[in-house]
Design a binder for this molecule. Sequence first.
Ligand code: HEC
Length: 136
Amino acid sequence: MARWRGRLAFAIGAAALGACVAAWPQGEPAPDAANGKRVYLEVGCFACHGRSGQGGAYNYPAPPLAQTRLPQEAFKTIVRAGPNEMPAYPEPVLSDRELADIHAFVRSLPGPRPARDIPLLNVTAPKEAPAGSRHE
Ligand code: HEC
């Protein structure tokens, strides 16, 4: 019985490890958002999409990238193609690895916050002092 349990635990452990290893191709480290930020600034994505991935308008409205829902492969395909006014970034300019890092970076950006969470936009007007209490 104890031996059987031990084998079962081993099998479950091995399966879990296998699942982790399968998530990333062998020998390839997980995407690095910090490096993604560096490349995003270096190759000029920020000029149109904003430093916080908030989107912007350069010669054409550029959509926000913060919190993008595009999966990594779709993201890569778009950047390689350069739709409409966006320049294409071919392999010699930007490697697949760097693109994966940029994808991780823009996904990590917080995106817009509701106005109620921005302290400066929530300054309430000072209360009117009670009559007779003013020092004039
Ligand atoms: C010269 C301005 C410009 C630069 C530089 C630029 N983009 Fe864009 N990007 C655009 C515009 C404009 C669009 C919208 C294209 C369209 O009309 O479909 C776009 C669209 C995209 C989209 C599709 C977003 C969506 O949700 O549909 C992605 C992803 C993207 N850009 C990533 C990047 C990355 C990563 C870089 C840097 C490697 C970059 N862009 C550099 C202008 C730019």
